[in-house]
Design a protein around this ligand. Structure first.
Ligand SMILES: NC(=O)CC[C@H](N)C(=O)O
Length: 430
């Protein structure tokens, strides 16, 4: 931790039975400084005086025994989840409404969040499925022409917990060193540190089916395109409609908007929708969406993907890519701390071009486990992990990251056109 952070070991001895869930974790509870920038008078280094009623009324307790006092905003309560950090500079509302964050607390590394408020157009789903938001500083003012409410009011309305005024840099370094950690966020003063630590160590995101909670319950048609005001890529479409079925494993709206903008007529179906029913609808292509949690915890979804392989062109995004990897015979694994942000360089192996991409995943496909004929089309240049696949024999394409951005750069938008081309070629050859 940096010299600006003060830590005090309280010297608690853990109650018996609270052995670390994983090897190498600390066994004593360490209370970390709440803030490296706030002075005892409540004024910050920049001279801005905080709301006088804010107090350190919340705790983030991590499974490694560290405790981070914080101030709460949004809903009160106690939640357990996996803590991940996101390096996006903008787009916190899209992040809050991305269903792939179910079961996770999202820590934003950008030190100030909330300055643009929230607005009705930037929703990526109808609900916030993540477990809570962790930020360094909650902006004391909100200013944007699209803003309809403050971030704090939005969290309260959605019954979502948020905490601020804790050392997010120190926590991020801890996550990078130790890997993602489970934690408990609590505003309940009656709960002891040991109780919260026990909760964090008794829970695990691995092996849980989180998709069934976030998927739609029945099929529906999607019609919205990207608002022309924001669409940057309108010139080269042929406008011919393609019938697409999108499996909703926690789908982000911008995937659906981009499909519409590229001329697709899309029907969204639940994660449990039978493959046989999908085929009866005679689609030109099928999209397997992003979604939360462990891809090996949803074997029913892998079975569905298997049944559709080779019958119709398919396109997988993030969770959809991982399910495709498994359906093709490969394996997925949990990464140390995953990729969450809008600045990940990816090399397209076919063109040699590098795209800066939006990413949000903790699992990846192991390329060594894939059968012959499956091509790794994209590589994450930060760590060499597999970022895209293709299996031409079965008209399969997939990306581990987010060509729809929201939030993030648009470098990879062309992947939607490649899906159109895949459907077009398959139609012409049949
Ligand atoms: N955005 C996603 O689809 C995430 C996929 C998967 N839940 C992971 O964490 O790897």
């Amino acid at each position: 931790m940096a010299a600006t952070t003060m830590t005090t070991t309280l010297g608690f001895v853990l109650p018996t039975g609270l052995s670390p869930r994983r090897g190498g974790l600390r066994v004593s509870i360490v209370r970390c400084s709440a803030s490296s920038l706030t002075t005892s008078t409540g004024s910050t280094a920049s001279g801005i005086v905080e709301k006088p009623w804010s107090s350190y009324d919340a705790r983030l307790v991590l499974e490694d025994g560290s405790i981070w006092p914080a101030k709460s905003f949004g809903a009160p309560g106690t939640r357990v989840a996996e803590l991940v950090f996101n390096t996006s500079l903008t787009g916190y509302q899209e992040i809050l409404t991305d269903p792939s964050y179910a079961g996770q607390f999202v820590l934003m590394t950008n030190p100030q969040i909330g300055n643009t408020g929230v607005n009705l157009d930037d929703e990526e789903s109808k609900q916030c499925f993540l477990a809570g938001l962790v930020i360094r500083s909650l902006s004391i003012s909100t200013s944007n022409w699209r803003c309809t409410k403050t971030l704090a009011d939005y969290l309260t309305e959605r019954n979502l917990m948020g905490i601020y005024d804790l050392d997010t840099r120190a926590i991020t370094r801890r996550l990078r060193e130790e890997g993602s950690l489970n934690g408990v966020l609590s505003t309940e003063q009656t709960k002891t540190d040991e109780e919260l630590l026990h909760m964090s160590r008794s829970w695990d995101i691995v092996g849980i089916d989180l998709i069934s909670d976030v998927s739609c319950k029945s099929p529906y048609e999607w019609v919205d395109k990207t608002d022309p005001e924001w669409d940057f890529n309108t010139n080269t479409r042929d406008g011919k409609p393609y019938r697409v079925i999108a499996y909703d494993f926690g789908i982000k709206h911008n995937i659906l908007r981009r499909l519409s903008s590229y001329g697709c007529q899309t029907t969204v179906v639940p994660s449990t929708f039978p493959a046989s029913e999908a085929l009866k609808m005679n689609p030109d292509g099928i999209l397997f969406s992003n979604g939360p949690g462990d891809p090996s915890a949803v074997p029913y979804a892998v079975e569905t993907v298997k049944e559709l392989l080779g019958k119709v062109p398919v396109y997988g995004i993030c969770m959809g890519h991982q399910l495709l990897g498994q359906a093709l015979g490969g394996k997925t694994y949990k990464m140390k701390f995953g990729h969450h942000g809008g600045n990940h360089p990816v090399r397209n192996n076919r063109t040699g071009q590098v795209e800066i991409s939006a990413q949000n995943h903790n699992y990846a496909v192991d390329p060594a486990s894939l059968p012959g004929g499956v091509e790794v089309t994209h590589v994450n240049l930060n760590d060499g992990s597999c970022a895209g696949l293709s299996f031409p024999a079965m008209n399969v394409m997939s990306l581990q990251y987010h060509p729809e951005a929201s939030p993030g750069p648009h470098d990879s938008d062309n992947a939607f056109r490649e899906f159109i081309e895949l459907m077009k070629r398959s139609k012409q050859s049949s």
